[in-house]
Design a protein around this ligand. Sequence first.
Ligand SMILES: Nc1ncnc2c1ncn2[C@@H]1O[C@H](COP(=O)(O)OP(=O)(O)OP(=O)(O)O)[C@@H](O)[C@H]1O
Length: 332
Amino acid sequence: MSQEPLLRVEELTTHFFTEEGVVRAVDGISFTVNEGEIVGLVGESGAGKSVAASSLLRLVEGPGEIVDGEVTFRGETLFGVEERSDGELVQRDEMLSNAEMRERIRGREIAIIFQDPMESLNPVFTVGGQLREFIEINRDLGADAAKREAIDMLREVGIPEPENRYDDYPHQFSGGMRQRVLIAMALSCEPSLIIADEPTTALDVTVEGQILDLVDDLQDKYDTSFIWVTHDMGVIAEICDRVNVMYLGEIVEQADVEQLFYDTKHPYTCLLYTSLSGLPRAIRDVYKRQHRGHHARSDQSALRLSVPHSVSGRARGVRSGASGRARRLRAG
Ligand SMILES: Nc1ncnc2c1ncn2[C@@H]1O[C@H](COP(=O)(O)OP(=O)(O)OP(=O)(O)O)[C@@H](O)[C@H]1O
């Protein structure tokens, strides 16, 4: 019996129509996410990871446009196009409306966590108040029940003395704590899928490790699926089950995490972690010892890397001209 994936992405294509030409930020990517799985999207800066993440929830803003492909979630069409007899690409009738996306999907079924918590948290309101309001709106709870739930969620993500921290403002929390608050917010509606767009990139390695441990624990408890966006193969090794390697808007390699690390197929993936082999053995051993017991895949946790700069520049270039599949979707 084949089980339908929670999320299915087929040939998703998002382009930016700039004065300099068409930037093919996401160029026909296909992948799936199953129930309870953590799926990685890895690649250097400019590879198209964030645009891909936003495209899944139809959050792309002009001059960007999702021009082709299909995204289905629990069998519902979040995005889909079809070709008319005159060759024009039009949006499918069964595609969810903007109101349905806003009211039923975003936040409730699929939550998204961004790299910078200050973009998501309003500095002039208290952390607890913002979490309570989010829960009130998205779970149709009264103010008192939502406040209790907010405090429980803060406790759940490891905020000490959540009753006392409830009335603190975002700037009174550390970066790691703010990221925990966003995880609490994302989890509060018990979504089936959380898209995490580099949420640990700005944190130091120790705090990052704590957040990854937290996500690991929460994922076990809630069985939430994740799409984890990162440029860091070490993060992929630590928490992902499967991984998609992105380069210049395309997925160049897809594999189970173990398979990717022990049997890399694509030269670009090799480039993503070539610097690892240069790590002095002693440092790797210390890192391994520190992580022993935290994760079953502790050996792979040692595989932290920096992305080679030589590749970065190329990924940012504007590629002009629209491909066959890059025809602009008919408006409306
Ligand atoms: N508003 C925009 N206008 C034009 N091009 C854009 C716009 N936003 C993104 N792009 C381009 O889309 C491509 C993919 O960007 P994206 O932000 O998805 O990369 P990324 O892999 O997430 O990198 P990073 O980790 O640095 O965010 C890049 O070439 C980027 O310059």
